[in-house]
Unconditional design. Structure first.
Length: 680
């Protein structure tokens, strides 16, 4: 019946630790409501403000609904409508010509616009592997912390999020949980009601810090020093669990020596806090049981991000916090999931070819490079999906310049006309999560999920899988795997413990893990122990920022800038949803009153935020959320919606972290000055 109302079980696809279970109400083929699933323990019936607007985003009149070909100059956003057949035939001609010279001149560019295993890392990867295209090192978000965790614990493993409700101390470290990890916050609040103490470590006084008992406002990039200072206090006060250290860690004596060089006074100076704050935090962490840390990726977007994550990850091993299910740490839990990436992505299709790797975080430099023995061929074609690099990649003046190259062939699979889509030769309309099948893991809970298709694709939109399946066929790739349906791929996505039938029947499957998974050690390392002295990285240390307030550069650019997420956007997604943009207001930078006054900046005034790389024009908001010496440029606006077509990445740089080859977005010195009245 046309007006039948049905409920379809979906999963939120966005790049967020929460991966919520969603119930979609569909009436007469149209999605009319999305709701958090009350039965899914982490979701608890609640969605964030952004995703509760998912139907508004899906049915937005700005959706890209048919293929388009560029007609104006590069970057001018002038397109004409073409058929799928015209678009795909031309794309295949262009790719074949480039591949005949060297397929590595073709580069895929994708990240986590959807975290789905099918729409994010299946048929697309098969296609590029078979083609022999460049590989992409997907470093833009989490690889410093992820590889640091792997070096320490042997994988991205951690606590079950639900058990934070029973903790007596929660240290929220480099995370604005209310904004970006809301469903963890529900458990932290339950703990608070049961008498737990909550401490937030963040240069910005966030809305999460407001709700904690204590806020420790360190300088960006000094977390490693703080962790060493905590170890110092754990040692001198003997708050160590010697038995856990002995049985389940390797290399402590060397780190112990190093930590003894970091008394609270030294730490206080490096972090720009008081020695009593260091001592108090150490006492709380050393003497409260169970004590848990919620670390998030915010603190690893600096030069020493990898070392800092290793140091923080070692802390709960020193106190034996892991013995209790409500103790330990969570950065990411995605390593618990038994995903069969070989089956999904088929790297064997590369055969004996050694394809070069492009780091997505240096795409600005790499697009501007000529051919060389070291680099390989010049990049001639980019195929972008699930990402908006012109807005989100560091040092965007260079990224935009690269995308403007007339000799670059760019295809963008998108739902909306983003800054990146504006620079395409072809834009191909992509389905949203309501319009395709997918299966999901999470990096913040331990449930595998399914996303059933709720509605027919709008307009001529197609899932990423369908586009790459057809491209493969038109390129003449005749391996049977290019005929696999989405359901066939979903069936091989997990290799044990999670069956497709179970997902389909019950919507999610909880991973069969012990409650306190590291209580008896059992780290995922070869020895089963927590590795403190790593054969690759040695003993972790505090690594100062590239652009630290103590450096020479600070004489010209004395303010440290961080650019954490705005609450109502998800990276650059949702910036185009008007009701959410209205809540966020305008692109802005938060400044401490003293820093503003000494520069003659008034509240609400337009300012230039600049350094040698570029200049970002936005409004100044005078706020106690910014500590002295640090400004907060909340992200990530679309460039075309900002004053003078800029966003915060105008001033960030492309230098990489100590571990994991990731960008150091929050390791960035700037100066701020008022601009005259007229800004356009
Ligand atoms: N609403 C919303 N939710 C999101 C996102 C979003 O854009 N919007 N992004 C999603 C993505 S992609 C990710 S990766 C995750 C996690 O994304 P993260 O980038 O970890 O974001 P937050 O959890 O908000 O944590 C960032 C916090 O770290 C702080 N910070 C910055 N520099 C430092 C530092 O040097 N040390 C310390 N201790 N803190 C620092 C910032 O001020 C901020 O409050 O969140 C996801 N969830
Ligand atoms: N200055 C600064 N820069 C940052 C950060 C920061 O904190 N500060 N954060 C960094 C982090 S943590 C991350 S993760 C990156 C995020 O960078 P990206 O992964 O590029 O994330 P988004 O900006 O959300 O862009 C995702 C795009 O994918 C599209 N999309 C969604 N679903 C689909 C689909 O099914 N098919 C197709 N074809 N497209 C789809 C959306 O419409 C959206 O335009 O940004 C990084 N950049
Ligand atoms: Mo991210």
């Amino acid at each position: 019946m046309k007006d039948d109302v049905i409920t379809v079980r979906a999963a939120c696809p966005h790049d967020c630790p929460d991966t919520c279970a969603i119930r979609v109400t569909v009436q007469g083929g149209k999605a009319i409501k999305v709701q958090g699933d009350p039965e899914h323990p982490p979701t608890h019936g609640a969605l964030c403000t952004k995703v509760s607007r998912y139907p508004e985003r899906t049915y937005s009149c700005d959706r890209v609904l048919h293929p388009m070909r560029r007609v104006g100059p590069k970057g001018s956003a002038q397109f004409e409508r073409v058929s799928w057949d015209e678009a795909l035939s031309d794309i295949v001609l262009r790719l074949k010509a480039i591949a005949a010279r060297d397929p590595q001149a073709i580069v895929p560019y994708s990240y986590a616009g959807t975290m789905g295993l099918l729409q994010g890392e299946s048929m697309d990867r098969r296609f590029f592997h078979r083609l022999g295209a460049s590989l992409l090192d997907r470093t833009i978000c989490a690889s410093a912390g992820g590889e640091a965790l792997a070096a320490t614990y042997g994988g991205k493993i951690g606590m079950h999020v639900e058990h934070y409700a029973e903790s007596k101390l929660i240290v929220i470290w480099g995370s604005n949980s209310i904004a970006s990890n809301l469903h963890f916050w529900t458990f932290a609040q339950a703990a608070k009601r049961n008498g737990a103490k909550l401490i937030c470590i963040d240069p910005r006084k966030t809305e999460t810090a407001d709700k904690c008992h204590q806020h420790i406002g360190i300088l960006p990039g000094t977390d490693g020093a703080l962790a060493l200072g905590l170890m110092h206090e754990l040692i001198v006060n003997d708050w160590l669990d010697h038995d856990y250290i002995e049985r389940h860690t390797e290399g402590w004596p060397k780190l112990r020596e190093r930590a003894l060089l970091w008394p609270p006074e030294r730490v206080a100076q490096t972090c720009s806090i008081t020695a009593d704050e260091v001592r108090g935090l150490a006492r709380d962490f050393g003497t409260t049981k169970p004590a848990a840390i919620r670390l998030n990726y915010g603190m690893q977007r600096v030069r020493g991000g990898g070392n800092a994550v290793r140091l923080v990850a070692i802390l709960p091993c020193l106190t034996g916090a892991w013995r209790h299910r409500a103790g330990g740490m969570l950065l990411s839990a995605s390593g618990w999931f038994p995903v069969d990436r070989l089956a999904l992505q088929r790297p064997d299709l590369m055969g004996s070819r050694k394809c070069r790797t492009i780091n997505m975080s240096t795409i600005g430099d790499d697009l501007l490079r000529g051919p060389s023995a070291e680099f390989g061929p010049k990049i001639e074609a980019l195929i972008v999906y699930n990402s908006n690099p012109v807005a989100v990649a560091p040092e965007s003046p260079k990224v935009a310049k690269g995308f403007l190259r007339e000799d670059l062939f760019t295809v963008v699979l998108e739902q909306f006309m983003t800054d990146t889509a504006d620079h395409a030769d072809y834009v191909l309309p992509a389905t949203t999560q309501l319009e395709h099948l997918d299966v999901h893991i999470s990096y913040g809970h331990s449930y595998a999920m399914i996303n059933e298709r709720a509605i027919e694709p709008l307009g001529e939109a197609r899932p990423n899988t369908a586009v790459f399946r057809e491209l493969a066929q038109r390129m003449g790739f005749d391996e049977p795997c290019f005929k696999d349906s989405d359901e066939a791929m979903a069936r091989v996505a997990f290799n044990k413990d999670v069956s497709f039938e179970a997902l389909r029947a019950s919507h999610w499957v909880k991973l069969p893990l012990p409650d306190a998974p590291l209580a008896q050690g059992q780290f995922r390392t070869p020895s089963g122990k927590c590795i403190i002295d790593s054969p690759i990285f040695g003993v972790p240390d505090h690594v100062p920022n590239y652009e630290s307030p103590q450096s020479e550069l600070a004489k010209r650019f004395p303010l440290a800038m961080i650019s954490p997420p705005a609450r109502n956007f998800l990276n650059s997604s949702f910036v185009n949803v008007k009701s959410l943009r209205d809540i966020e207001g305008e692109p802005m930078v938060e400044m401490n009153e003293a820093d503003a006054r000494s520069r003659g900046v008034a509240n609400g005034q337009f300012v230039r935020v600049f350094n040698d790389r570029g200049e970002y024009v936005c409004k100044a908001v005078l706020s106690a959320r910014a500590r002295p010496g640090v400004v907060n440029g909340l992200g990530i606006w679309w460039r075309k919606l900002g004053a003078r077509g800029t966003n915060v990445n105008e001033v960030t740089h492309q230098r990489l972290t100590d571990i994991g080859r990731a960008p150091s977005f929050y390791d960035c010195l700037v100066e701020v000055r008022p601009v005259g009245a007229s800004v356009s």
